[in-house]
Design a protein. Structure first.
Length: 436
């Protein structure tokens, strides 16, 4: 047997096994005590009934004894006025307790001969002679202590009650942990989820308060970091603009061209920094219904009008609820990235599982090493380590796309295509449906 993998199943197994074992021991001791008491009572009644019956038969006239035999018969013994059945002598050291009880009850008054009678039903006979010399046979069929018919039903009901109480206890204990795990799964600094309910036992309330405080601190820290980045990037634009103006008045030399190129690169980097800082606020844009095919056609036509090789290969007629400006910025960053490294881009739209909509941006460029597919989505990470901005870029384009995709409730993944190239896939989970 394999140890269960979930905490709930492990706790349920431990609790239920312990309770069943404890209940089983308690029931066994109780049943054994009841068995002993019932057996002692049955043997006592057997001794008294047989002694009384033999005394009655011994005092009755011989002609009247036959009529009394049915009256004196019981469920596990009866009397006969004959020589009995042929059997084997019963060894008293291994005799049934009923035989020992009969010997104890009447052995001092009569000479007893115990015979074990073979057959489908195990029983024995006691041979004796009454005071007038007439034979008397006591035919005894030993029986187990009778079990009450309601006892198994009560046992099953109690086991079912134990199982229900175990399930209820485990569910009560696991529910706060499950809520906490779900809250951790949905923990996103870019889109803080609802706070945990601070109700229940003291430990649960303490954990919920600690988690809510941590979530608030993360959101505040990220907001402060983004505000700082936006402020620095914004404030740098003014001195960069002044320097560019001063460069314009310089004499035309090679150094002037290099300085102008450096200032353009700095300006581009600052703008990307401001864009990344503002991308965290992508969820502030109002959501609206968008015809995705028309939306993508408009984007593709804009690129084609400027002479870029961008095409929309597949459509699916989806109408989605999304933030169009944020989605457009994501697609522009992905398409620009494809154009930079491959010179062309293709867009495809299809339906995913559970009502999701998939938008893929494909290119035939060099792709990205598998080990760096996740790293390139981080800010300021560039696959090319050179300082050439025309090839390496700022390292913020994919990070901005990732940030905005999360802000609109989507998921961005990168993978290399078979035969070369990169596939950037956006999975939109929010309210997509097909047009009629």
């Amino acid at each position: 047997m394999r140890w269960p993998r979930t905490l709930a199943s492990r706790l349920a197994l431990i609790f239920f096994t312990g309770l069943v074992l404890a209940y089983g021991l308690s029931f066994s001791f109780q049943f054994y005590e009841r068995f002993q008491s019932a057996r002692t009572m049955m043997l006592g009644n057997l001794e008294q009934d047989i002694a009384t019956s033999i005394a009655i038969l011994d005092r009755l006239p011989a002609a009247e004894r036959e009529a009394w035999l049915p009256r004196l018969a019981r469920r596990n013994f009866r009397f006969h006025l004959d020589s009995g059945l042929a059997g084997e002598p019963l060894a008293m050291d291994n005799a049934p307790m009923a035989a020992l009880s009969i010997q104890k009850a009447i052995g001092s008054q009569y000479t007893l001969d115990f015979q074990n009678i073979p057959g489908p039903t195990v029983h024995f006979q006691v041979h004796l002679r009454l005071a007038d010399g007439k034979p008397l046979i006591v035919d005894v069929t030993p029986a187990m202590v009778p079990l009450s018919s309601w006892l198994p039903v009560v046992l099953l009901i109690q086991l079912a009650l134990l199982l229900f109480c175990t399930w209820l206890a485990v569910k009560t204990a696991i529910r706060p942990l499950t809520r906490l795990a779900q809250a951790v799964d949905y923990l996103d600094p870019n889109a803080p989820g609802p706070s945990l309910s601070e109700t229940g036992p003291r430990e649960v309330v303490y954990a919920a308060k600690a988690f809510n405080t941590m979530q608030a601190r993360i959101a505040a820290y990220l907001k402060e970091r983004m505000q700082l980045l936006a402020a620095i990037s914004h404030d740098l634009q003014t001195p960069i603009t002044r320097m560019k103006l001063r460069v314009e008045f310089m004499e035309a030399t090679a150094e002037k061209d290099k300085l102008a190129a450096d200032l353009n690169a700095m300006e581009h980097l600052v703008r990307e920094g401001v864009a990344y800082a503002r991308s965290i606020d992508g969820n502030t844009e109002a959501s609206c219904r968008v015809d995705l095919d028309a939306f993508l056609d408009s984007l593709v036509f804009d690129y084609q009008d400027s002479g870029q090789q961008v095409a929309l290969n597949e459509k699916n007629g989806a109408v989605i609820d999304t933030r169009p400006h944020a989605l457009k910025r994501v697609l522009v960053n992905l398409v620009d990235n494809a154009l930079k490294f491959a010179g062309a881009a293709q867009l495809e739209v299809s339906s995913g599982v559970a009502g999701t909509t998939l938008i893929r941006v494909l290119d035939n460029g060099p792709g990205i090493p598998h080990a760096e597919l996740d790293e390139v989505l981080k800010p300021f990470y560039r696959v090319e380590n050179s300082r050439n901005r025309s090839t390496g870029g700022t390292g913020l384009g994919l990070a901005i796309a990732q940030q905005l995709t999360h802000a609109i409730g989507g998921h961005l993944t990168l993978c290399n295509r078979e035969g070369g190239g990169l596939c950037a896939q956006i999975e939109l989970r929010a309210g997509a449906r097909q047009k009629n």
